[in-house]
Design a protein around this ligand. Structure first.
Ligand code: ATP
Ligand code: MG
Length: 323
């Protein structure tokens, strides 16, 4: 069964301006994708595209003024967005884990890391203090943390960025989730540590068959570590498919721009920035949201673009793409 199937997810920020008029920012506009067990999906797109919001919407972690206003998020066939709060809470942190974008701020500064690991385990799984401690030490060791038994006593502020990130991943994995969502899990870390962490994640996915979604700016990470990818623009997926297919034949003009023409460019500079201002979520145009920045835009782009199937699960949402 598909592990996670997100269907036509819409999330809005609903607020009032100074004149007391209601303002709606359409931050997610029909996000759809699927993740199978044992696979890694990379979610990419420029800053503000809605990647983190996709994760928090699925996990039921939105705060006002953000609200899911439509769509479904099926975890093993059950809609997380329609489930009673208590059930989602039971799944979250146990069967579904999220590694959030800012590691330092999500560790409890007043609790030693060992105690945080033990606590999350015992909150969701029946385990003795001793068994939980053993599991925590094993988990730290498996994430390449040296001298893990001693590290259990460390305070969050004593950790380097790389260590804090690993502890966060350890926390996410303590309860052996079936779905892991990691939001920029290695951004800001040096390349060696980044590779170490992502290698571990990939091994874990291959070994245990969990499904992982990695949110990243870094197309190199997608190329090296992901099986599938989804490219996000203005709160929608504009192109998705197996990583090889998308890299070999980037079909949406936005994807083509992100990836650039040559593999050399990718190695040298990572993703290019796209020219022009990002879209205004309060006033998204009818039709294709990318058309103001798109070199190939024409009159037909004022109508909603179709999802064009390009074979092997590769899909691009664009008027210019021919099947
Ligand atoms: N209170 C708000 N009102 C209106 N729009 C908001 C509000 N808070 C956030 N947004 C918008 O929601 C959008 C989604 O942001 P999100 O954090 O998901 O982007 P992201 O793709 O994760 O970016 P990054 O790569 O920088 O992490 C952004 O464009 C942001 O401007
Ligand atoms: Mg983000």
């Amino acid at each position: 069964m598909t592990l996670l199937r997100v269907e036509d997810l819409h999330t809005h920020f609903i607020s009032r301006d100074l004149d007391n008029q209601i303002r709606v920012a359409r931050a997610l506009n029909g996000v759809s994708f699927a993740l199978e067990p044992g696979r890694i999906l990379g979610l990419v797109g420029e800053t503000g595209a809605g990647k983190s919001l996709t994760a928090t919407s699925i996990m039921g972690l939105l705060r006002p003024p953000a609200r899911v206003v439509g769509g479904r998020a099926l975890f093993e066939g059950r809609d997380l967005l329609a489930m009673p709060e208590a059930e989602v809470n039971a799944l979250r942190g146990r069967d579904i884990s999220l590694v959030v974008q800012s590691p330092k701020s999500s560790l409890d500064p007043l609790t030693r890391i060992g105690d945080q690991l033990i606590r999350i385990h015992r909150a969701h799984r029946k385990a003795s203090e001793k068994a939980a401690r053993e599991r925590a030490v094993e988990m730290l060791a498996s994430l390449g943390i040296p001298d893990p038994a001693r590290r259990m006593a460390a305070w969050p502020h004593e950790l380097s960025g790389g260590m804090a990130q690993r502890v966060l991943i350890a926390l996410a994995l303590m309860n052996a989730p079936r779905l892991l969502i990691a939001d920029e899990p290695t951004t800001g870390l040096d390349v060696t540590v980044q590779a170490q962490i992502l290698d571990l994640l990939r091994d874990l996915v291959r070994r245990t068959g969990i499904g992982a979604m990695i949110i990243t700016h870094d197309l190199g990470v997608v190329a090296h570590y992901c099986d599938e990818m989804a490219v996000m623009y203005a709160g929608a997926i504009v192109e998705s498919g197996p990583v090889r297919q998308v890299f070999a034949n980037p079909s949406h003009p936005y994807t083509a721009n992100l990836i650039g023409a040559t593999p050399e460019r990718l190695r040298l500079g990572g993703p290019r920035t796209v020219g022009g201002p990002p879209p205004n979520l309060f006033r998204l145009p009818e039709g294709c949201a990318y058309r103001d920045r798109c070199p190939q835009a024409g009159a037909d782009c004022a109508t909603p673009p179709p999802d064009v199937a390009l074979g092997a699960g590769h899909v691009a949402r664009c008027h210019r793409v021919a099947a």
